[in-house]
Every structure is written in C-alpha cells, then in structure tokens.
Design a protein around this ligand. Sequence first.
Ligand code: DGJ
Length: 729
Amino acid sequence: MGIKYFDEEGIFKLDTRNTSYVIGIADEEKFLGHVYYGRRLEEHRMGYLLRLGEPPFVPSKNKGDRISFMDSFPMEYPAQGVGDYREAALKVRTEGGHRACLPVYMSHEIFKGKKKIPGLPTSFGEESECSTLEITCRDALLNLTVVLSYSVFEEQDVITRHTVVGNDGQEKLYLENVSSMSLDMDNREFEALTLHGSWARERHKQRRKLGIGYQGTSSGRGESGHQNHPFMALMAAGCTQEHGEIYGVQMMYSGNFDIRTEVSQFNSVRWQAGIGTRDFCWVLVPGEKFYAPEALLTFSAEGIDGMTANYHGFIRKHVLRGKYKDKKRPILINNWEATYFEFNTEKLLNIAKQAAELGIEMLVMDDGWFGKRNLDNCSLGDWTVNEEKLPGGLSHLVEEVNKLGMKFGIWFEPEMVSPDSDLYRAHPDWAIAVPGREAGMARTQYVLDFSREEVVDCIWKQMEAVLKSANVEYVKWDMNRPLSDLGSSGLPAEKQGELAHRYMLGVYELQERLVSNFPDLLLENCSGGGARYDAGMLYYSPQIWCSDDTDAVERLAIQEGTAMIYPLSTMGAHVSDCPNHAVGRITPFETRGYVALAGTFGYELDVTRIPKEDREMIPEQVALYHKYNDLVREGDYYRLESAQDNHLFDCWQVVSKDKKESMVTWIQVLGGASRHSRNLRLKGLAPDKYYRIENEDVVLRGDSLMYAGICMPVMSGDFKGKILHLVEE
Ligand code: DGJ
C-alpha cells in the first residue's frame, strides 16, 4: 500500500512509484502541516521541515507569538481568520457573521481503493490500483469537520485530492471557499505553465514566473471555459520539455474554478485548486456535508513530458469509462461545416452515400434537426424532430443511413433554451435569470436552470424519447454560451450562491443518466468548440470536440496544449474544407488529414462538393486511421517540436508500449522560411532496438534516433506534412 502512518513521529507518507508526499501532525494543538512533495524518498523522518524548533516556535511554547507562527507555518489545509494572512483553502462564515476557523487533526483512516464523490465525476481504481488516506480535522467551536482525502495511484504517479466539509453543530455555516487542495512549498523560482485562449483558439500554453503576491487562472463563466483552463503546472527553475521538476494540478470539474498561487514574504508558495469562489456561497445546514470536486495532482522529475505521461496514463485508466474507453472510434462525418442549418434527409443521405463508399463509418447530424430551427435563434428546448426537414422522421433517416452500413449520431444542446421555444413559453422561470432584470442573451439563447430537478427531468424525457425512436449510436452534447445573470427561481435567497455548482451537479446528473441508460452510446462533449474540455467531462464522454477552429495550422497549437494533459484518444479532430471556415486559410488536404489523425479522426465537410482530388484522398486517409489508431490511442505521446514556439514546424511522436513501433508526425508550417533540413531527435524508443523507417529504407538504432536524430528535409511549400512510421527490425 502506498500510504503509511508513522505514529511516533506523527507523519503520513504517501508514495507512488517515483514520488513521495509527506504530511505531519505538529504540536499539542495537532496542526496539520505540509512537509514534502516531490521525488520519492525512502526516509519518513522529515518533520524537521515543519521548522517547529525555530522562532517563533509553536504556540504551545510561545503563545505570545501565535500569529507569527500562523503566518508562516505550512498548513496542509489553511482556514481563514486566525493569523494566517495567506489565501485560505477554507473560508467559513457563521450565523453570527464571524469568519475565524482552525480545523486541527482529529483522526484518520487508511484503506485500499477509493470512494465515489456523490454527484461528482470521480476518478476510480481497484483496491490493487490505489489506496486512500482520509484525515479528519475539526474546529471544535464551529462544530465543523473537514475530511481531507488523498488517493494514491502508485503506477501513474498521481495523487487525487478532495475535501468534504461537514456541519455537526446546531447553526448554519456559510462556506465561501472549499479548495480541493492546498500545497505550501518553498519557491524554487517556479514558473506557472497554464493554458488559455478564446473561441477557436483554445488551450494555448503560457509560461510566467511566479512573483510575490497572487497569480492564477480561473473561470466564473459556469463552465471551465475557452479562456482559462482548469490546469496549472509549476515548473522548478531549469525545468524543460524533457528534464527537471514539475508539479501539475488539474480539476476534475467542468464549472467555475480557481487555481492560484501566492508567494509569501518568506518566498514560500501556497498553491490551491478548487471550485471557483466568484458568486459562490454554500449554506451548510446542520447535519449536512459539502463535497468539493476532485483535484488531480502529479509530480515528475522528467519535465513536461513526464507530467504528460502521468496524466495520459491516469486519465486513460482511471477517468475514462464506458464501451469506447479503449476502443477505436468510428470515423465520422459531421454535417455542420457541410450544410450548417440548410439540410434535409435527401442532402444528408447524399453525403452519407458518398461517405460510405469512401470508408467513413458514421454520419452525425448536427444542429438544426428539431423544432423549427433554421437559424440559431429558436427552438432550443423543443427536442422534437422537424419533419419538414426530415420527412418520415428520424427513424427513416437512420434506417437509410444504417442500410449504407453506417452508424448514425445526433447533436443536442440540452442545457439551453431559446426565448422562441415552446419550452420557454411554458416555463419562462426555468431559465437562469435575476427577477426583474432581463437576462443577457448569447447566441439568442438562455441557460436552463439545471439546479432544478424538474428541468433536468424534462430535458431527459425529451432526449430519451429521441434516442429510443431510432438506432442512434452517438451523441454530440453541445453548450454554446456561458452562464450569466445568476438567479434561480427554485432556490431561496440565501442559497443563490449555490447556483453555479448546483447547475454543474444537474449537468453531471443528466450525463450520468445518458451513459447509464444507453451504455452503448458514444458521447462526445463539446462547448462552442472546446470550452468545456476537462477531466470532469471526460468521465462521461471519452472524447471532446477540441475546437471550432479546424484549420490544420491553428489546430497545431490547440492540439499541443490539449495533448499536454489529455490523451490523444480524447481529442475530437476532423478534416474540414478549405478555405477554412474559421480563418480562411488554404492548406493541403493531406496535411489536414495528418493533423486530424492525432485525434479521434473524422470529417466536417460536404463530401459531395469537395474537389475530386481531395475526395480521392479520403480512402487513403481512412486507411492511415486504421493503420495508426491503435498506436495513437494506446501509445506513449511525446512532443518533439512546437510551432507555437518556433513558428516554423511542429512535431509529435507516439511510441507503442512495447517500443516496437512508433509514428512521428512532422508539419512544416512555413516552407520558404524553413530553408534547411532539421535534426530531429526522437524520444521514447528502446536505445538498443533497430528500427526500420518505412518507405525510406533506412534502419537505425534507437540510440542514434534519439540522441543523434534524423534529418527532416525541407519540403517545398507551406503547410506540408509527413508521417514517419518506425517498426522494429
Ligand atoms: C458549436 C459546435 O462546436 C459546432 O461544432 C456545432 O455543433 C455548432 N455549435 C452548432 O450550433
């Protein structure tokens, strides 16, 4: 078991294959202190790092300087108002309006396996794969218990953390922050690595050095968002892509989040991740518990590549679920960029017929099939088939598609309502809004109040009826606007601060119903492209639409950022038509294929109308997908070059677990400016194995390929690509 408690020293030691995490119980008051997190250590006697012997000593020895102690002690889960002026992980207000709180160690439990967090996506593992430490702390005056939960996944070097706060008293408590994790460490000239963007520009990486004071990334949009991402890594001085120490945290949560650092007067870093505190206040009534979402923590001494490997391994095994978790996904063709709202059964069947002949396996009907929707200004909430567009209904269309040997998938946007819809006309109070204030619209739509059970039930019944009416094998779940005007007509005044989180609980509830009632369904999440791409959503859908920007060049940065923490098998990526609808760029069809092959692979175009040469290339691309997808889904991913950094070329590699096979994708962004062949050093191969580079008739040893590299010649023209396939000789 990866967790040990050393009674004599009051030390908890959590070990994974390559890391150790140490917590200590300090002083008579039993403060819980953070001792160490980093490379694996064999020794546990490290309580000296809590500095209890140094002035100002601990309060039991020097009560007169209690505040100085509080303001420097590395508290494992700091609360507010008792002299620690750094950011508090726990902020509680009492009925009397006070905010002081100090939970101290009370008891603990260690067990094999891991519990599910009620209502929230939770990573999971067998008893042989993980073990859990639950430390219960208590503030006696407030009758408040805080359970700090740590699950240790030894193989993946991941420790998951979450917090449960309980009210054992007679009075209400108002929770203003409940972080999922807090970590105090000495600042080793950390740089924060985060992911940011906008619509059609998701998850571009950013690095910035930590300065004194606060830095962070957050969302208050009710979704994890295009703009900021629920992830942060701290890179110690000297850390690079391949080398050095890096800590990663990502939230397994899809709503508002805060991830922040605070560098203190003594150059220590307090690092916290959890639910977003903007607009948040949870009323904890006597006898109840609040469950904070899970944070996924990892450490690697092997740079960004090491962190990536840990997260990929972990998410593949302990987050993704369902039939398609480890399976090849059907190659789909989606009609959004092909037709937008202008389609009918005939048009869809024409696309499907051509697509089937070319080897495409599933037709996905996107937005516009329901109510009277011919534009994005009506009918959300009315999930009944528009028989004017689809004569004979959904079942007829699906039967015809199935006759072609293809599967069928459908689009929904379950969380939304159009003002011009029967649902809104019948239940205007089901939209999130503040009484008396006209709620702001985005894309001419409001957000449904998913904190209300009856709203979730109503949407569920409609979706269930559609899915039962035909052989639907895939659902694309979209969400095209953020939350605003937070107000729920189903919640009393003092609980309005719970809305954003309760909304997420409602979304999770509906997704859970969907995947448990339709276990064979392939669910793909989406949010105006990739605004809700997070480990929370991956618990329900094994793939997420990465971005509405399908341009092969723009996708390089988007997919680099995404693949930095999420497995390639989760990355929704399609070949689309040119000039690209988002940016107007023209790229070779071949290159668009190479870029999409890094993800789930599919098409987003009208196959009946694209140039003949492009159409003729589809069977080849389909064959490449079948050839490489096992490797892409199951192999180890490495980042070799980043066009985001060098502006010239991009390169990634996948190596099979047994190191017998590898695939290298090279994209030359600017031909003219490249001018010279590049030495490309591969990664992850067996140094002593010989590899044949397919079609190049070259055999080289793994060590030569990795340490000396191979020459990638300049190709003529911009946006050119190439795949190298290496097979053990
Ligand atoms: C946004 C999605 O990202 C697109 O793929 C498409 O489904 C549209 N919404 C439809 O409205």
